[in-house]
Design a binder for this molecule. Structure first.
Ligand SMILES: [Fe+2]
Ligand SMILES: [Fe+2]
Length: 386
């Protein structure tokens, strides 16, 4: 069965007790009680992990070493490798959004109780423009989270090969923050604040004292979803600057996810079932928060539409477009969690939940540690020019 946000798909009765129903509207909206993410200047997060000095400088992990070498030759420059002179029409981008993420809301218009009842072309165009800004803003804030995590991981990770690689990721993430910030500022008129689901997820990821959970939250979950979402946006947008920006960012992200898979795979081989279960629960919590951000509550609030009414009508009339959209977001996460042994540990705890979410079909798709080299757009462009 495919559960999107349907009441019938919400019961956790078949599973080990979880405190709340993940599809409950009050539960979803409760995340928005913390308004601190919308503060003007910033936010403090306290860190808890220890930095680790290793005296073992031997390059004993060839797969990580190869990734590090690849990262060194695939550096692009956000200032000079993208054509910032291109004029961007936000309405043109909004039109491209139709298949990617707007259709699943637009089709609710004629339903009883729909808050979109009186929407015309003008309102839907505004939804498209706001949604694009919202999504790119969350990419921007997520990139800043990744920047901090990558720098932090150079200190917490125990292996020298991982410290080397994480240092290259830190530079990549700085470039990503730079280009998304510039695009939003110069082409779309500014960013939305960080969504509280994303904020809470990144906080949990940064503040856990176990180094591997920092990797799991960022490299596997946030970046795995980003890779799928960037890919979908890349394929649907026709705006040339955004397309090229996403293409280059994606090729870096594939390396970052591969880094998570390669590192955690080795580490997780040595964990007990009880320890794996903690990681599975963390994974599922991350998945829930990532999904919830795509209900676009922030956009509805800004447009004066009651988000509760949107969620309610989605629950009452589950649509295939909603399920398809949700599935797409998990297309990278599921095969990577399988490769890490997280799907089937602890009597398949996570497998059952991914089955319930309707995303298990991706389990045998290629994992990112196998495909990252093929996604190197910058190298491909360099070969064409030379
Ligand atoms: Fe990034
Ligand atoms: Fe990344």
């Amino acid at each position: 069965m495919t559960a999107t946000i349907t009441p019938s798909g919400t019961s956790d009765d078949n599973f080990a007790a979880r405190p709340t129903d993940v599809n409950d509207v009050d539960h979803i909206l409760a995340a928005y009680d913390d308004k601190g993410w919308a503060d003007d200047i910033g936010r403090t997060v306290e860190l808890n992990a220890d930095a680790w000095f290793t005296w073992d400088y031997e390059r004993s992990r060839p797969a990580l070493s190869k990734l590090y070498e690849k990262a060194k030759t695939s550096q692009w420059n956000g200032t000079t490798d993208l054509d910032w002179s291109i004029d961007v029409d936000p309405e043109e981008i909004a039109r491209g959004l139709m298949q990617f993420s707007m259709e699943r809301f637009k089709m609710l218009q004629g339903l009883p109780g729909s808050p979109f009842k009186n929407f015309g072309e003008k309102e839907w165009m505004r939804v498209g423009v706001e949604m694009q800004r919202f999504q790119l803003s969350q990419f921007l804030h997520g990139e800043q989270g990744a920047l901090m995590v990558a720098g932090y991981v150079t200190a917490t990770t125990p292996w020298i090969d991982a410290k080397y690689y994480a240092a290259t990721q830190t530079v990549d993430e700085a470039r990503h923050v730079e280009v998304f910030a510039k695009y939003l500022d110069e082409k779309l008129g500014g960013a939305y604040p960080m969504n509280p689901n994303l904020g809470a997820l990144i906080t949990d990821t940064l503040t856990d004292s176990r180094w591997d959970l920092t990797y799991l939250g960022m490299q596997i979950m946030v970046e795995g979803l980003a890779l799928a979402a960037f890919g979908a946006m890349f394929h649907t947008t026709t705006e040339p600057l955004l397309k090229q920006l996403l293409r280059y960012v994606m090729s870096d992200e594939a390396r970052h996810v591969a880094f998570g898979v390669l590192t955690l795979r080795e580490f997780y081989e040595g964990l007990s079932d009880a320890e794996m279960r903690e990681r599975q629960e963390f994974t599922f919590d991350c998945a829930e928060r990532l999904r919830n951000r795509f209900f676009m509550v922030d956009v509805w609030e800004r447009m004066g539409v009651d988000p509760r009414a949107v969620l309610k009508v989605m629950q009452e009339h589950p649509a295939p477009q909603q399920a398809d959209f949700q599935r797409l977001l998990f297309s990278k996460i599921v095969p990577n969690t399988k490769k890490l042994g997280l799907l089937d540990a602890s009597d398949g705890w996570l497998r059952k939940r991914f089955e319930h979410l309707g995303v298990i079909e991706f389990e045998d798709w290629v994992d990112t540690s196998e495909e990252y080299a093929n996604l190197d757009a910058f190298e491909a462009d360099a070969k064409t020019t030379n």
